[in-house]
Design a protein around this ligand. Structure first.
Ligand code: SAH
Length: 220
């Protein structure tokens, strides 16, 4: 038996929720349940599987990372999903955050700029049986207008500022969660709530994400 097959991933997954999420005040039952269900080890490269449930991000190729479990849970909790919503994710990466969203929301649309990452995420999500997660290759700073407006939008890469296109694709009452650069002070996870034609913006916490590269993001 290889090392990887002898690891009890179910036990590690339960410990991740009990030791990393609950003590840090993730309390939304739907989010905790989603984190208990989604097999995170299926979304990381084979040789890193034994670290899949550890308290940090991991490399997934193309110089990109799968976010730390706590950050995925926190961003999802910010959307206050009840079930049945239409959600946009910018930065599919491994597909793990999309799976967490897919467990709770009705439909998930996710945009990734690297084709090989998008293809791999699509393959893993297909194998796991997700039918409500739709992935496209493109510049997610422009959103995905075909399916807009969205109840929630999650950006999983750090932006220089809040992309106007994403705010426009948010439903009235919807929430956008996005890491935004504070020039020299690092990134701040920012929540933007749309209220009619206005928005309310609040800081959640300091964070570190790979750069959001695109027309309304950083230059290549
Ligand atoms: N949500 C991912 C995290 C991936 S890291 C997960 O759960 O694994 C962020 C991802 O954003 C990277 O894959 C990167 O390629 C992608 N990205 C960066 N800028 C982008 C853009 N403008 N449009 C779409 N994807 C982008």
């Amino acid at each position: 038996m290889s090392y990887s097959t002898s690891v009890d991933f179910g036990k590690l997954k339960a410990a991740m929720v009990a030791e990393q999420l609950i003590p840090r005040n993730i309390s939304d039952k739907a989010v905790l349940e989603a984190c208990r269900r989604v097999p995170r080890h299926e979304f990381v490269p084979e040789k890193l599987r034994q670290s899949a449930y550890s308290d940090y991000p991991l490399p997934i190729g193309e110089n990109q990372t799968i976010s730390q479990p706590y950050m995925v849970a926190l961003m999802t909790e910010c959307l206050k999903l009840k079930g049945g919503e239409k959600v946009l994710e910018v930065g599919t990466g491994s597909g793990y955050q999309a799976a967490i969203l897919g467990e709770i929301a009705g439909e998930v649309y996710s945009v990734e700029r690297f084709k090989d990452l998008a293809d791999n995420a699509d393959r893993v999500l297909g194998l796991l049986g997700y039918k409500n997660i739709h992935i496209k290759v493109g510049d997610g700073t422009l959103g995905w207008s075909d399916f807009a407006p969205y109840d929630g939008i999650v950006v999983t890469a750090g932006a220089p500022s809040i992309p106007e296109s994403l705010v426009k694709q948010l439903k009235d009452g919807g929430s956008l969660v996005i890491p935004v650069d504070r020039g020299g002070f690092g990134q701040v996870l920012t929540l933007v709530e749309r209220i009619g034609q206005t928005t309310r913006t609040s800081d959640i916490c300091a964070c570190t994400f790979v750069p959001l590269v695109g027309k309304e993001g950083w230059a290549e």
